[in-house]
Design a protein. Structure first.
Length: 429
C-alpha cells in the first residue's frame, strides 16, 4: 500500500469518527448557547434532553462518568452531550436546562419582593364587593410567561383574569413554557378580605387661627390617619397646620387594616375677633388678674395666648390683657386695665390754738398729703380757721375728698383744742 493511500485512509477514518458526536437541539436561537426548556409538572430527567444520535450526558466537557439518565434535571444547569464510547471528550456540545416552575405570589404592591404568599389579605371598602380581581394579583411569571388561573389544584375550571376575588376562596395559578406546550404545577393562594369603616365626624369644621389648629384638632371617631386625597398613600403628620378652605381625608386604623373609605373634612380657619374693653380699679384694691371680669376666665398677656397669667399677678395701669378663647369661638376680649388713684384726705390731725391766736389755713395744717380739692365740714371760707370765733374747748372738723367711679370718698378728721387766752383785765388809770 502506498504512503498516500495509507494517509488517505487514516484521515478519512478520523473525519468519519468526528461525525459520531451528538448535536444538541437549541430551542431558543436568540440567547447564546443551546437552550432547552421544561416544566416542573413534567418532572424532567436527564434523558429528556434532546440531541441527535446515541447520546450520553456528562456534567462537564471532559468527564468520563456519565450522568444517570433518570437523574432529575436541575434548573439553570449546563449538560454536555457525548457519545457512548466517550470519544467526544473535549468537543461535546452543551445545553442549559431551564425548568419553569409554579409562579410565586407577590401580592398587589409593586414594591413586593419575590416570595410565595399562601394567603393574601386585603383591606376593602366592602367585603362582598371588593373591586379587586385576579388580574390585580402579581406573580413572578407576569413578565416571563403566560399565567392562567384556576378554581382547583388539578383540572377544574379556567378563571378569567377579571374574576372578582371572593373572601375565603382559594385560587391556583400556573404558567406556560413559552418555548413549548407544557404548563407548570399550580400555586395556590387564599384570599382574606377585611373591612374597616371610615371614621365618623362632621364634614365641615371651624377653627380659630389664634389656636394654631393642626390636623390633630379635627374631631373624628377612632384612631385616625390623615391624607391629602381619597387615594393618597402618603400619611400627613398630625402636627400639620390646617389651611383655610382645604379638605383633608381621614382613615380609621383598626386591628387588621386601615379603612379604604375616608372621611372628607373641609376646614375653615377664622381670624381672631378682638373685642376692646377696659376695666377700672382703685389703686387701694391692689387688683390682680383674678379681679378681671369674668373672674373665672383664663387671661394672657398677648393675642397669641402664649402663657396664661398667674391669678395673683398684679394688674398694671394701661396694660392689655386677653381673655382665653371659649371653645367653639374665635373671639377674645382685650381688656385695658385702668388703675385710678385713690382720693387722699390726709391723716387724722390734732391741733391746739389759743383763743387769741391769728386765723390759719386749716388745709395747710392737715398732716399727710391731702388732695386740695376737698371740703371742710363745718364749712370754712377759703379754708380759714379763726380761733377767736370759737369757745374754749374742743372743735372737730372733717375734711372730705370726693372719690370716683372706682374709689370711695376719703374722709379725715381734724380735732382742734381751743385754749382760752389769759385775761389780765382792762387798762386802769
Amino acid at each position: 500500500m502506498s504512503l498516500f493511500l495509507f494517509a488517505f485512509i487514516f484521515f478519512s477514518g478520523t473525519y468519519s469518527y468526528g461525525q459520531t458526536c451528538p448535536t444538541v437541539e437549541d430551542q431558543n436561537t436568540t440567547d447564546p448557547g443551546n437552550q432547552q426548556y421544561f416544566c416542573d409538572s413534567q418532572i424532567p430527567e436527564v434523558q429528556d434532553l434532546t440531541a441527535t444520535g446515541e447520546v450520553v450526558w456528562y456534567a462537564d466537557q471532559t468527564g468520563t462518568t456519565p450522568i444517570a439518565s433518570t437523574q432529575l434535571l436541575a434548573d439553570g444547569t449546563i449538560y454536555y452531550a457525548g457519545n457512548v464510547d466517550g470519544t467526544c471528550a473535549g468537543s461535546r456540545e452543551s445545553v442549559t436546562a431551564t425548568i419553569y416552575s409554579q409562579p410565586d405570589i407577590l401580592g398587589i404592591k409593586e414594591t413586593t419582593t419575590k416570595q410565595s404568599l399562601p394567603t393574601l389579605a386585603f383591606c376593602v371598602a366592602d367585603v362582598n364587593n371588593p373591586d379587586i380581581y385576579l388580574s390585580n394579583i402579581r406573580t413572578s411569571a407576569d413578565d416571563s410567561g403566560t399565567i392562567q388561573w384556576y378554581d382547583s389544584q388539578t383540572g377544574g375550571n379556567i378563571l378569567p383574569a377579571d374574576t372578582e376575588l371572593v373572601n375565603g376562596a382559594t385560587y391556583w395559578v400556573d404558567q406556560e413554557n413559552p418555548y413549548g406546550s407544557c404548563r407548570t404545577n399550580r400555586r395556590s393562594v387564599k384570599i382574606q378580605l377585611n373591612s374597616e369603616p371610615a371614621p365618623e365626624g362632621e364634614p365641615a369644621q371651624d377653627f380659630c387661627a389664634a389656636n394654631n389648629p393642626t390636623l390633630a384638632n379635627i374631631v373624628a371617631s377612632g384612631d385616625v390617619r390623615y391624607f391629602v386625597s381619597e387615594t393618597s398613600v402618603t400619611e400627613l403628620s398630625p402636627a400639620t397646620p390646617l389651611e383655610d378652605g382645604k379638605t383633608y381625608y381621614l382613615a380609621s386604623v383598626g386591628d387588621i387594616c386601615v379603612s379604604v373609605e375616608r372621611l372628607a373634612v373641609t376646614v375653615t380657619v377664622d381670624d381672631l375677633t378682638i373685642i376692646d374693653d377696659s376695666q377700672g380699679f382703685c389703686e387701694t384694691e391692689n387688683a390682680t388678674v383674678a379681679n378681671l371680669e369674668p373672674t373665672d376666665g383664663v387671661w394672657y398677656a398677648d393675642a397669641q395666648f402664649t402663657t396664661p397669667l398667674d391669678a395673683g399677678e398684679a394688674l398694671v395701669h394701661g396694660e392689655n390683657y386677653f381673655l382665653e378663647i371659649a371653645e367653639g369661638s374665635c373671639t377674645t376680649t382685650e381688656v385695658t386695665a385702668d388703675i385710678y388713684p385713690a382720693p387722699d384726705a390726709g391723716t387724722p390731725t390734732e391741733l391746739t390754738y389759743c383763743s387769741n391766736d391769728p386765723a390759719v389755713d386749716l388745709f395747710a395744717q392737715i398732716e399727710g398729703t391731702p388732695d386740695p380739692a376737698g371740703t371742710f365740714e363745718p364749712a370754712l371760707t377759703n379754708n380759714e380757721f379763726n380761733p377767736a370765733n370759737y369757745d374754749a374747748g374742743e372743735v372737730e372738723f372733717t375734711y372730705t375728698v370726693e372719690g370716683n367711679e372706682y374709689c370711695e370718698d376719703a374722709v379725715n378728721t381734724i380735732t382742734i383744742t381751743i385754749v382760752a387766752a389769759p385775761d389780765a383785765g382792762t387798762p386802769t388809770e
